[in-house]
Design a protein around this ligand. Structure first.
Ligand code: SIN
Length: 546
């Protein structure tokens, strides 16, 4: 381990193998000016990502869907974003949706079609029309991911490095990103990879919460390494809780019951089948996610029950089976038959709206560092993401990063061998580690409990301050600041970094807006503004929305 780290150079390094990362890698590999290979680094297998669990679908404003338009989609997205979505970003992503979907079709993604061969569109919460494409019924993310992964593996100018976690970005003395340090957990070895284009696409951080629809890999790694390197972070207080996760632990995390089930007519009820959404919003089951999650949470609290129910028996049986095969199978495996029984559901952490501040082409505050997908905060989602806009953002930003780099001169020198700043960063990872006896699993669970209890769906000052102290204690018990003994520890290091940011941003925002609900500030609104901050300053910058 350590000394004489192996080192190699690439035209571009993509970190993460979800839809954003794989699609970016594919598009970059097609660039004529790409002189060397593209490297994809992923900490588990190429097909393990949060994208693969995305059920409902991907938004697309298609000319063949006459009820829809960019204008309508922009309107719905801005409304859901509660004043914090950037209209020009929303419009850009919406306008580019058809182009990107057509390209995904060329890459072999088989979106569901009706008997006439036309694409099927479904509906989810807060969408005014049917505009969501799906694949395999309720396995959209998996289908896109598989098609892209197959294409990536078939390309001879893309190298895929699995089981390897990026632990630090390499910035030179001018603050330019020149590459990454990565750790191979199995070999216990560090390597450096150099490139003029480092693209982080590591997804979100649902694992911060005890109950989440996200898989175990979602530990905020990209956000944490970017923040540690000095990138500007934005909107970290805005976490989306999905209203309906299956109330039984399936493997490690909670299984999602897609919003599309409500889109097709399922009702939220108590155990006797009484509906309650009429008390909360005239859009009923299809109100925006924050409203439905809080309504369920409230019902659970006042009735002192661990869950509510989703009545999908109202959906015709043939439709239910055709549209939601994965959901039906998983429910049945867990003893619930949705054709005849209500599905027990409760809200769970689902999506980070904030992240590394980035443009729609991935540009960040650090030169040559690009961030796309859930890791980024482009301004599309604002305070509350509209369902199925996230896979669309992954696809559009994955496509646009290659457009941006198509005129780049990749001949330029990648990094100066004698740069003292790079040498300093590498030296940290070459030092022998002073190993302590720490139970990372116990600390991780403690962190997730704390976040769920005190930084969850309903927040207040006292709870947030309490969480802050608890996380500081966890950080102290953890004891590692940079180099860690293994992947599990690196993940925890990253989760602590991000948890502290979420808490601090949540304390800072003294209002309720979108996914951030403060019971101590329910009525009052601040002027619409984002908060951003970097590691090097404790101060928040404020960006007012025009
Ligand atoms: C779902 O299928 O309900 C998830 C869709 C999303 O999170 O956008």
């Amino acid at each position: 381990e350590g000394l004489n780290m192996k080192s190699s150079e690439y035209t571009a390094i993509v970190v993460g193998s979800g839809v954003a990362g794989l699609y970016a890698a594919l598009k970059l590999s097609e660039l004529k000016n790409a002189k060397q290979n593209i490297l994809v680094i992923t900490k588990s297998g190429i097909k393990d990502s949060n994208s693969r669990y995305a059920q409902g679908g991907i938004v697309s404003v298609m000319s063949e869907n006459p009820t829809d338009s960019v204008k309508l989609h922009v309107q719905d997205t801005l409304k859901s974003g509660a004043g914090l979505s950037d209209p020009s970003v929303v419009e850009f992503i919406s306008k580019n949706s058809e182009k990107v979907i057509k390209d995904l079709l060329k890459h072999g993604v088989k979106f569901d079609r009706n008997d006439n061969g036309e694409l099927c569109f479904t509906k989810e919460g807060a969408h005014s029309v049917r505009r969501i494409l799906h694949a395999g019924g309720d396995a959209t993310g998996l289908f896109i991911e598989q098609a892209l992964a197959d294409d990536v593996l078939a390309k001879n100018n893309i190298n895929v490095l699995e089981g390897t976690i990026v632990t630090e970005l390499l910035l030179d003395k001018n603050g330019v990103c020149c590459g990454v340090i990565a750790f191979d957990d199995e070999e216990g070895e560090y390597q450096t990879f150099y490139s003029n284009a480092v693209i982080l696409a590591t997804g979100g951080c649902g694992q911060l919460y005890k109950y989440t629809t996200n898989p175990s890999v979602t530990t905020g790694d990209g956000m944490a390494v970017a923040y540690r390197a000095g990138a500007v972070m934005q909107d970290m207080e805005f976490f989306q809780f999905h209203p309906t996760a299956f109330k039984a632990k399936t493997e490690e995390n909670m299984f999602l019951i897609s919003e599309a089930v409500r889109g097709e007519g399922a009702k939220l009820t108590d155990e006797n089948g009484n509906t309650f959404m009429e008390k909360y919003d005239e859009r009923l089951e299809l109100a925006s996610r924050d409203i439905v999650s809080r309504a369920i949470f409230n019902e659970m609290r006042i009735n002192n029950v661990p869950n509510v129910y989703l009545n999908a028996t109202v959906i015709p049986k043939d439709k239910l089976n055709k549209r939601f095969p994965t959901i039906l199978e998983t429910c049945r495996k867990n003893g619930v038959d949705p054709e005849n029984q209500f599905i027990p559901v409760s809200p769970a952490a689902h999506y980070m709206m904030g992240g590394v501040k980035a443009s729609v082409t991935g540009v960040t505050s650090i030169k040559n560092l690009y961030v796309i997908g859930e890791t980024a905060c482009t301004g599309l989602h604002g305070a509350n993401r509209l369902a199925s806009n996230s896979l669309l953002e992954c696809a559009v930003t994955g496509y646009e990063i290659a457009e941006l780099l198509k005129d780049e001169n990749f001949d330029e020198v990648i990094a100066d061998d004698n740069d003292e700043k790079i040498a300093e960063t590498i030296a940290v990872y070459e030092k022998p580690l002073d190993e302590k006896s720490v139970d990372f699993k116990v600390l991780r669970e403690k962190l997730r409990d704390t976040m769920w209890q005190y930084v969850g769906i309903i927040r207040n000052e006292q709870n947030l301050e309490h969480a802050k102290k608890e996380v500081e204690k966890i950080e102290e018990a953890f004891g590692y600041a940079d180099k860690c003994p293994n992947k599990e520890a690196f993940e925890l290091r990253n989760m602590i970094v991000i948890a502290k940011l979420v808490i601090d941003f949540a304390i800072r925002r003294k209002e309720s807006r979108g996914g951030h609900f403060r019971e101590d500030y329910t009525g009052k609104h601040e002027p619409a503004r984002h908060y951003t901050r970097t590691k090097n300053t404790d101060k928040y910058e404020e960006i007012y929305v025009k």
